[in-house]
Write a protein that binds this ligand. Structure first.
Ligand SMILES: NC(=O)c1ccc[n+]([C@@H]2O[C@H](COP(=O)([O-])OP(=O)(O)OC[C@H]3O[C@@H](n4cnc5c(N)ncnc54)[C@H](O)[C@@H]3O)[C@@H](O)[C@H]2O)c1
Ligand SMILES: O=C(O)C[C@H](O)C(=O)O
Ligand SMILES: [Mg+2]
Length: 609
């Protein structure tokens, strides 16, 4: 029997979650009467939110006009679950030996088809098998899905706002069928993972991120909304593709761009003033530009800048612990960051701020041990046309020359940490990794954080082979652990913002705060950093297993909420007011968060007589 209850989720909590779901359904009931759902017959079978397939009990078949539309035998949820897992395993067996991309897309298709038929079963198999299924619905396969979106497209998911909709967005937002929306993830498709501008095809990213919100944070799937803001694309191949589904025009720039996104934000917050909006995979200039523009006005954050920074900081602090040194030694770590875009700059800034805080020095002084490299090499003050965000980290060229290569910098600096957010696969080549053997650290750390897998700066196997078996390793996309020649296991950490964004979103939502502050983000990062035991960290395990994602998300959510309480910016959520929140102990806050997580089980669609 493959069926199981996920760790830490009691039957009582599941029942409570189901009750919540039932009552939300009642709210959407148009006709009063004995049925909770207002649809009947085939319309129910074709609605993935209500559909139970062969699982409809006889009373519901009778009262909802389903009699005769289904085979006679009623199959339990557990049996349906086992049947799906069996078909998934059989697909795995039947595709053995086929090219990896073909297999990954086949797996994505079978899961997506389940989603489109029966959301309850889909989210249950996703939650219970998150380690196996996250790499399909999220990084790395989601990248492949975006690249092949025009061919894979079957039915719409989420909403599309295009440059052609200017002036219409306020009315369009009311086309979304759900009354309530809690979480929105928006992209303009301009920097999808390390794959570049994929235009409208980038919609796969908000869909994947929101699936993680449901799985990890228990956000009710009826209350999530993936958004694609299509302002054109500069990807020539897409513009030439007759099957491309987005606007066939170059990207809007400057004021024209801002007018579109301003209009969208106003429309969203007019209809759902309490929603949290996550910005995802915007090219650097708009990632920073929109963050500055909206963060004080709306309840939003940028996952690539802020979520990534928190996860990386937790990893950097874990690295210090892995060396057996006190956390205060973080201020002495020499850190080389390769990639000075939205993610690289976000990480460097946050890590510098942490050093400044810990050492009690200015942020300028704290930049001393940081080295930033972009496509033109080491960033120094000699650089002309330097991105303003990179200015504080530019080195004096007298220390190392302007534009020095990664290997030159590593050989000269002998850093404790080499961290990649460049989007360039294999850039930590054999020479660079071998140079890390001369690191001043007894346990050097290599983070190849770029996604998807082919864009990772190095593979896990190469990192342990060339940089030495004593390293700590993290990557944005999952790799298998590495069997080392010394008989030990080279542990692979998935250094991915998925460990934080669900908790940041959920904690913010349940606090009722109207903005996401630096304090809330720092609390999220510190919570993740302290989650692992010393014993685990010493083995090189810096982040929890993805199997524990609901638990870590509850903890992160509670940390975010408590930070919002301490900043006195909570407005409460539902029946729980700001006073109730401020009186909750840490444990009570975690319980409050957990209680509010949706969990997929079939709930009754008709009232019992
Ligand atoms: N693991 C995670 O949680 C996570 C989070 C966010 C982003 N990422 C990944 O990080 C990568 C970058 O994202 P971004 O938003 O910062 O992109 P970006 O386009 O804003 O920045 C890329 C940076 O890399 C630099 N670069 C390009 N080629 C280089 C080279 N040959 N050598 C050195 N630097 C080079 C560019 O100059 C630029 O500064 C993507 O692959 C993305 O998937 C991972
Ligand atoms: O999507 C991911 O897996 C992480 C991150 O947001 C990215 O852009 O790479
Ligand atoms: Mg991203």
């Amino acid at each position: 029997m493959m069926w199981r209850n996920i760790a830490g989720f009691s039957k009582a909590a599941a029942a409570a979650a189901a009750r919540t779901r039932g009552s939300r359904r009642c709210l959407s009931t148009a006709i009063p009467g004995p049925c909770i759902v207002h649809k009947r017959g085939a319309d129910i079978l074709h609605d993935p939110w209500f559909n139970k397939d062969t699982g409809f009990p006889l009373t519901e078949r009778d009262r909802l006009g389903l009699r005769g539309l289904l085979p006679p035998r009623v199959i339990s949820f557990e049996q349906q679950y086992d049947r799906f897992i069996e078909s998934f395993r059989s697909l795995e067996r039947n595709t053995k030996g086929q090219p990896e991309n073909v297999v990954s897309l086949a797996k994505w298709r079978i899961l997506n088809r389940l989603h489109d038929r029966n959301e309850t079963l889909y989210y249950r198999v996703l939650i219970d098998n998150i380690k196996d299924f996250a790499p399909i619905i999220y990084t790395p396969t989601v990248g492949l899905v975006c690249q092949n979106y025009s061919g894979l497209y079957r039915r719409p998911r989420g909403m599309y706002f295009s440059a052609k909709d200017k002036g219409e967005m306020m009315s369009m937002i009311y086309n979304w069928p759900a009354q309530k929306v809690d979480m929105i993830v928006i992209t303009d498709g301009s920097r999808i993972l390390g794959l570049g501008d994929l235009g409208v095809q980038g919609i796969g990213i908000p869909i994947g991120k929101l699936d993680m919100y449901v799985a990890a944070a228990g956000i009710n799937p009826q209350r999530v909304l993936p958004i694609m803001l299509d302002v054109g694309t500069n990807n020539e191949k897409l513009l030439q593709n007759p099957l491309y589904l987005g606007l066939r025009q170059p990207r809007l720039e400057g004021e024209e761009y801002l007018e579109i996104i301003d209009e969208f934000m106003e429309a969203v917050y007019t209809r759902w003033p309490k929603a949290v909006v996550q910005f995802e995979d915007f090219q650097a200039k708009w990632a920073f530009g929109t963050l500055e523009r909206y963060r004080k006005k709306f309840c939003m954050f940028n996952d690539d800048v802020q979520g990534t920074a928190g996860v990386a900081l937790a990893g950097l602090l874990g690295t210090v612990r892995a060396q057996g040194r006190p956390l205060s030694d973080f201020v002495n770590q020499k850190i080389v960051v390769v990639g000075a875009g939205s993610a690289g700059l976000g990480v460097t800034k946050t890590a510098v701020q942490a050093v400044a805080r810990m050492a009690g020095i200015s942020e300028i002084a704290a930049t001393k041990n940081f080295y930033l490299i972009d496509k033109d090499g080491l960033v120094t003050t000699e650089r002309t046309k330097l991105d303003p965000g990179a200015v504080p980290f530019a080195k004096n060229p007298a220390e190392i020359r302007e534009g020095a290569s990664i290997v030159e910098v590593v050989k000269t600096v002998r850093p404790h940490v080499l961290l990649g957010l460049s989007g360039v696969g294999g850039i930590f080549n054999e020479e660079v990794l071998k140079a890390m053997r001369e690191s001043d650290s007894c346990k050097p750390a290599i983070f190849a954080m770029s996604n998807p897998t082919l864009n990772a700066e190095c593979t896990a196997a190469d990192a342990f082979k060339h940089a030495g078996e004593n390293i700590v390793f993290g990557s944005g996309s999952p790799f298998e652990n590495v069997e080392l020649e010394n008989g030990k296991v080279g542990h692979v950490n998935q250094a991915n913002n998925m460990y934080l964004f669900p908790g940041i979103g959920l904690g913010t939502l349940l606090s009722g705060a109207r903005v996401v502050t630096d304090g809330m983000l720092l609390a999220a990062s510190e919570c993740l950093a302290s989650y692992m035991t010393d014993e685990e960290v010493q083995k090189g395990i810096l982040y929890p297993s993805i199997n524990n994602i609901r638990h870590i998300t509850a903890e992160v959510g509670a940390a975010v909420l408590r930070a919002a309480v301490s900043e006195d910016i909570v407005e409460g959520h539902g029946d729980v007011g700001p006073k109730d929140l401020s009186h909750m102990s840490k444990e009570e806050t975690v319980n409050y968060i957990t209680r509010n997580m949706w969990f997929p089980i079939y709930s009754p669609l008709v009232h019992e007589k």
